[in-house]
Design a protein around this ligand. Structure first.
Ligand SMILES: [Zn+2]
Length: 240
């Protein structure tokens, strides 16, 4: 009897850490969302070829006027199945800050441009504020959410629109320096930045070696759950 009890106790001791480790593993699901802003640009096909070669998904926050300037590239992005979000018509944040009516019209115009030049059925529920959300009023941020759009900032960036780097290595180190301790990363990059394209293979290798999975931003239940662990500013509309 005693021996059986001891055996059960021993089993419990052996099993408990395994269960705890399993939970810990689940809590530490590592995900990276690669995002590219301000496109399409004249060299969008080069970026798309690179993403294909690296076999990673990505999210593009496009601008309506760029879509009009490079319609065939906008269509390439959509046709390749990447996630596409609205990044305003023209990046003119002063006007967007003025009124929520203007924001609503601006999004509507963006959707129309996309439907005209890519897929007549095009729709999105993803949004990124030009320049990031921090300089907009909470009224505007809530308004966009209430219009049915999930908006996202980022919690890491390559700095390709913010800083000048002397070398690829410097940019890579700057970027890697922001990743430590972050399990869920929304990485901000911009289209038409040659240095970002050059360090992308190393970044992707880093994420793979460190157990990250690559995903596209979405408002699906799975991403909602993952994004709860992300330190970036964002607001998602309620689930339908
Ligand atoms: Zn932008």
């Amino acid at each position: 009897m005693m021996r059986r009890f001891m055996a059960a106790l021993l089993m419990a001791c052996l099993l408990l850490p395994a269960v705890a480790a399993g939970e810990a593993q689940e809590a530490a699901r590592k995900v990276v969302y690669l995002t590219f802003d301000d496109g399409p640009k004249k060299d969008t096909p080069e970026l798309l070829a690179l993403l294909k070669e690296l076999d990673v998904p990505a999210t593009f926050f496009l601008m309506g006027l760029s879509v009009r300037a490079f319609p065939e590239y906008a269509k390439m992005i959509v046709d390749a199945g990447y996630a596409v979000g609205c990044h305003s018509m023209s990046h003119s944040y002063n006007r967007l800050k003025e009124s929520t009516d203007y924001v609503a019209r601006d999004i509507e115009r963006f959707i129309q441009e996309m439907r005209t030049y890519t897929d007549p059925e095009f729709t999105t529920d993803l949004y990124r504020f030009p320049g990031g959300s921090t300089s907009y009023s909470s009224k505007t941020k809530t308004f966009v959410r209430d219009q049915g759009y999930a908006w996202f900032d980022w919690n890491a960036m390559t700095g390709d629109a913010q800083y000048t780097f002397d070398s690829d290595r410097e940019m890579l180190e700057y970027t890697l320096g922001q990743l430590e301790g972050k399990d869920v990363i929304i990485l901000l990059m911009h289209e038409s930045k040659v240095r970002t394209r050059r360090i992308l293979p190393d970044l992707v290798a880093y994420f793979r070696e460190n157990g990250y999975e690559f995903r596209m931003l979405s408002t699906q239940a799975e991403d909602r759950e993952i994004l709860k662990g992300c330190s970036a500013n964002m607001m998602l509309p309620d689930e339908e």
